[in-house]
Design a protein around this ligand. Structure first.
Ligand code: HEM
Length: 245
C-alpha cells in the first residue's frame, strides 16, 4: 500500500469523523438554545402545518432571500441547486449498485458543475463590487468562496482536461467504507480535489456554512404565530406561574 493511499485514507477517516461529530455537536447546541421571545417574521403561519410549508419554501426556493435581494437570490439559489445536483451525481462513487435516480442525474451533474461556478462567481463578485458588502466581508467569507471555487474548478478539470481512473477511485472509497483499503489513483487534479474536499469537511462545523442545518432553528422562521392563543414560555420563564394566577 503506497504512502499516498494511507495518507488519504487516514485523512478521510479523520475528516468524516470531524464533520459528523462537529455538525451533531452544533445541532445539539442549537436545539438546546432557548427561544425566549415569540418573533416569527410576519406574515407568519398560525399552525404547525403552515410552519412546515414555510420552511419548505425557505429551503427549496430561498423565499425570504428572494424578497430581500433578487441578485443575491439568483446567484445563491443557482449555486445551491447546482451543488445539490453535483452531490447527487457524486453518489455513484460511493454506492454499488448505483441507484437509478443517480444514473439519471449524471448528464445534469456536469452542467451543474458549470452553474455552480457561475453562482459562486456572482456571489464573490458582489463582495468586491458592492461597497456595503465589501465593507462587511471578512477574510473567512473570501476563503470559503475560494475553497468552493477551487473544488469546483479541480472537479471540472478532471471532467474536461485530465481524466482520472474513476473505477479505481470508486474502489478506493468503497474500500474505505468496508475497511478494506484499495490504492488511490495518483493524478494531481484528483489529489487536489480530494484534499480540498477534506479541508471543507474539516472546517464545515466551525464555518459560516453551518447555516445549512442552522436555518431550521431560526425562531423568526420556525415559530407559529399564536402569541394570542398560547402563552410562550422558554428557559427560566417556563418555571414562572402563568400571568393572572
Ligand atoms: C470525497 C468526495 C468527492 C470525490 C471522491 C469527488 C470526485 C470527483 C471526480 C472523480 C470528479 C470528475 C468526474 C468525471 O470526470 O466525470 C469530480 C467532479 C466534480 N466535483 Fe467532486 N468529488 C468529491 C466531493 C466534491 C464536493 C464536496 C464538491 C462540491 C462542493 C465537488 C464538486 C465537483 C464538481 C463541481 C465537479 C465537476 C462536475 C461533475 O463532474 O460533476 N466534489 N469529483
Amino acid at each position: 500500500m503506497s504512502a499516498l493511499t494511507v495518507t488519504y485514507a487516514l485523512l478521510y477517516y479523520a475528516a468524516a469523523a470531524i464533520l459528523v461529530a462537529g455538525v451533531l455537536a452544533r445541532i445539539w447546541r442549537y436545539a438546546r438554545t432557548p427561544q425566549p421571545l415569540k418573533i416569527p417574521v410576519p406574515p407568519a403561519p398560525t399552525t404547525r402545518g403552515g410552519v412546515v410549508l414555510r420552511m419548505l419554501a425557505e429551503v427549496t426556493l430561498f423565499r425570504s432571500l428572494y424578497r430581500s435581494n433578487k441578485w443575491i437570490w439568483l446567484f445563491g439559489w443557482t449555486f445551491h441547486v447546482a451543488l445539490a445536483l453535483v452531490l447527487a451525481r457524486h453518489l455513484r462513487y460511493f454506492t454499488e449498485p448505483v441507484w437509478s435516480w443517480v444514473e439519471l442525474a449524471q448528464p445534469f451533474g456536469v452542467y451543474a458543475g458549470l452553474a455552480m461556478l457561475a453562482g459562486l462567481a456572482g456571489l464573490w463578485a458582489r463582495r468586491f463590487l458592492v461597497d456595503r458588502v465589501r465593507y462587511i466581508s471578512s477574510p473567512s467569507d473570501h476563503l470559503m468562496l475560494a475553497l468552493l471555487v477551487a473544488i469546483a474548478a479541480s472537479g471540472l478539470a478532471m471532467k474536461y482536461v485530465a481524466h482520472t481512473d474513476i473505477v479505481a477511485l470508486k474502489a478506493f472509497f468503497l474500500g474505505l467504507i468496508a475497511f478494506d483499503w484499495r490504492p488511490l489513483p495518483a493524478d494531481p487534479p484528483l489529489l487536489i480535489h480530494l484534499a480540498l474536499v477534506a479541508v471543507l469537511m474539516i472546517v464545515f462545523p466551525v464555518s459560516k456554512l453551518l447555516h445549512a442545518p442552522g436555518v431550521f432553528f431560526s425562531p423568526s422562521l420556525n415559530q407559529v404565530d399564536d402569541a394570542r392563543e398560547r402563552r410562550h414560555a422558554a428557559g427560566w420563564s417556563a418555571r414562572l406561574a402563568p400571568p393572572g394566577r
